[in-house]
Design a protein around this ligand. Structure first.
Ligand code: PLP
Length: 389
């Protein structure tokens, strides 16, 4: 049997969040049909109809060939206009690349900039893929812990203390997956300035930009030139399966990213890009997106109420994204707790430890599901806790 694969891949962890989804699918295939998933990171709404229609029209009209690697020119122009209008980022269409999801944009940036010996700074708890993507690029990771005591906001002094010239990126996800924290302007400026002092870049992951309940949206690239800004359509317009993201970065970085992209994925599916144009340019799409955001806010409020009532969880109120990251009162590692919840109560969650060591003792709950499911999931969690508590 052939089993010789590259060490960098052999040592890579599977994505904890994708794996939870896979286990859920396998259980469903075995006929278990009552699983409630608070595990994945997917919108519970469908893509707005006008966006689907636009892509279907483009498909039927023959938009079925390769596109430029950097993306459909009309889409890049629409993104340039969006970044100027909503984010104060002044970049022309030629300074934007359309990517197969925001995730691939992060991958391209890391592949382009990082070399062995370089490091990426993660403000943990952090999204599971940043660490693996840094490792795949041959780089190391340095972590700064953000705790519930500070609302999961990073301490600038701790970032300064952990900083050195080997750090090429400080990664910021605001609103944050998994904590729902929204970084304030002061903190984001501070991070950009520290990065600048050390010749590093900020990777500003803004994919949850529209899922903002309190606090303000601030894009560091509106004021700083050492920023790679990543965004996409997955969460804002419920388009996870379309694989559509985009990125803007300093010129040299962007040019490097295009080379890696040309020799790997080539381009984003042609007719899908017509859907993205419709998302950005038709007011009907914005209306649908705002409606979904109102739906997430209701679910956030309900989840906080259920967490409070449980008397068993403690949770920093999430101000954005669609996750709650509560700690729990039970002497059980989060991986075991999440496994028992899935196998015994048929509730899928993600163990906090997947997001870094400081996430231990927490669960990530994605509340992007129906309100009935949320209520039922908490009932089941409480029954399980009574059994083991
Ligand atoms: C923090 C964060 N960044 C980026 C992504 C990637 O999103 P996509 O590739 O679907 O645009 C995700 C997806 O879950 C995420 O949680």
């Amino acid at each position: 049997m052939f089993d010789r694969i590259a060490a960098k891949v052999a040592h890579l962890e599977l994505s904890a969040t994708d794996e939870i989804d896979n286990i859920v699918r396998r259980m469903q295939q075995r006929g278990i049909d009552d699983i409630i998933s608070l595990g994945g990171g997917e919108p519970c709404f469908d893509t707005p109809q006008n966006i689907k229609d636009a892509a279907a029209r483009a498909l039927m009209n023959g938009k079925t060939k390769y596109e430029p690697t950097t993306g459909d020119p009309e889409l890049r122009a629409a993104i340039s206009e969006k970044l100027r209008r909503e984010n104060g980022i002044r970049v022309g269409p030629e300074e934007i690349i359309v990517t197969p999801g925001g995730k691939f944009a992060v991958y391209l940036a890391f592949q382009t900039v990082l070399e062995p010996g370089d490091r990426v700074m993660l403000l943990e708890p952090a999204w599971v893929s940043y660490r693996s993507m840094a490792q795949l690029a041959g780089a190391g990771v340095v972590t700064v812990e953000c705790t519930a005591a500070t609302g999961f906001l990073p301490d600038l002094d701790a970032i300064r203390a952990a900083m050195d010239r080997s750090v090429r990126f400080i990664v910021v996800s605001s609103p944050c997956n998994p904590t729902g924290a929204v970084y304030d302007r002061y903190t984001l400026r501070g991070i950009a300035e520290i990065a600048h002092q050390y010749g590093a870049l900020v990777l500003s992951d803004e994919v949850y930009e529209y899922l903002l309940y309190e606090g303000e949206s601030y894009s560091p690239a509106s004021e700083y030139d050492n920023v790679v800004t990543v965004n996409g359509f997955s969460k804002s317009y419920a388009m996870t399966g379309w694989r559509l993201g985009y990125v803007t970065a300093p010129k040299a970085v962007l040019e490097g990213m295009v080379k890696v992209y040309q020799h790997s994925a080539t381009c984003v599916t042609a007719f899908a890009q017509a859907g993205a144009i419709e998302a950005l340019t038709n007011e009907e799409s914005q209306r649908a997106s705002r409606q979904m955001m109102a739906g997430y806010r209701e679910r956030r409020d309900l989840t906080m109420e259920l967490l409070r009532r449980s008397g068993f969880f403690e949770c920093v109120p999430p101000h954005g994204a669609f996750y709650a990251f509560p700690s729990y009162r039970l002497e059980m590692p989060s991986l075991e707790f999440a496994t028992r919840l899935l196998e015994e109560a048929h509730v899928a969650t993600v163990p906090g430890s997947a997001f870094g060591a400081c996430g231990e003792g927490h669960l990530r709950l994605c509340y992007s599901t129906s309100k009935e499911n949320l209520v039922e999931a908490f009932d089941r969690i409480e029954s399980l806790v009574r059994k083991y508590g």
